[in-house]
Design a binder for this molecule. Structure first.
Ligand SMILES: C[S@@+](CC[C@H](N)C(=O)[O-])C[C@H]1O[C@@H](n2cnc3c(N)ncnc32)[C@H](O)[C@@H]1O
Length: 254
């Protein structure tokens, strides 16, 4: 997969792209991530990328010209037949979820546009056929951190990036549920013991215990997820057991 990032602050990507899983994916040629300085697509002497908002008010707006130039230059490099999606990171966008990451991971190419200041001239959205995604109901200073969130969540789903042991398929949200809790050595730490089941060596029962804990956490913390989740007969049976035994600690949101 190729990922092009259009940003006014290219230096922000240096660390995250050069560490851990993304670094490995890049080194193995599974993810080709390119960072473009928006100022490289300006034509004036001052390399202007922003201007005042029409209608007044405080805060600058990213100008459309460098973004159009940049996206068009990047799109010219895409081979025929490749699937390409252009994304503007925006708090006004559709909420970004694991499901979004799964569909983006199937594309050959992504262009990520990072907004800044008050945002981006609205004509970018309609003129370039851009999708808008929000990483949550809060406002960050720029689209750089949201772009890194998208890149990390997508790249780890590219086949071959994660090793078997790190497999994403058991993680929270992958199949709609929260993940189960995990423990490692020592068996007893400051009086807290690892659940006996995990020490039993019964693989089938451990699988069932993990599924039960996954359902318990989802039911207690994020019951909204259960409405969207395709539960198996075994899941329903486990869930009913939890409900009948009143064996769930509900976590009230703050
Ligand atoms: C300060 S924000 C602009 C906020 C905008 N005026 C609003 O209230 O919707 C600057 C840029 O940060 C990025 N950004 C901030 N919060 C975000 C979020 N929750 N999801 C995605 N992008 C975000 C966007 O690219 C945005 O254009």
């Amino acid at each position: 997969m190729r990922i092009d990032i259009l940003t006014a602050f290219p230096g922000m990507f240096a660390g995250p792209l050069d560490e851990s899983m993304i670094k490995r994916a890049r080194e193995r040629g599974l993810a080709d991530v390119r960072v473009h300085d928006l100022r490289a697509f300006t034509t004036d002497r001052h390399r202007t990328i922003d201007d005042y908002a029409y209608g007044g008010g405080s805060g600058m707006v990213l100008k459309p010209e460098p973004i159009f130039e940049g996206v068009r230059a990047i799109r010219q490099q895409i081979e025929d037949g490749q699937t390409s999606r252009t994304i503007l990171l925006s708090p006004r966008g559709t909420p970004y979820t694991q499901q979004t990451a799964k569909t983006l991971a199937q594309a050959d190419h992504l262009v990520l546009i990072c907004g800044h200041y008050k945002g981006v001239d609205e004509r970018v959205v309609e003129g370039l056929g851009v999708e808008e995604w929000s990483i949550g109901d809060y406002v960050l200073t720029g689209g750089e951190l949201p772009a890194m969130v998208v890149i990390d969540s997508v790249v780890r789903l590219i086949p071959g990036v994660l090793s078997d042991i790190e497999s994403a398929t058991g993680d929270s949200f992958y199949d709609g549920l929260l993940d189960c809790p995990y423990y490692t050595r020592p068996e007893c730490f400051e009086g807290m013991r690892v659940p006996d089941m995990l020490l039993s060596g019964h693989h089938q029962q451990i699988r069932r215990w993990r599924r039960l804990e996954s359902l318990r956490a989802t039911f207690a913390r994020r019951p909204d997820l259960l409405d969207e989740c395709a539960l198996s007969d075994e899941d329903r049976e486990l869930l009913n057991t939890l409900i009948e035994r009143k064996d769930v600690d509900f976590h009230e949101p703050d």
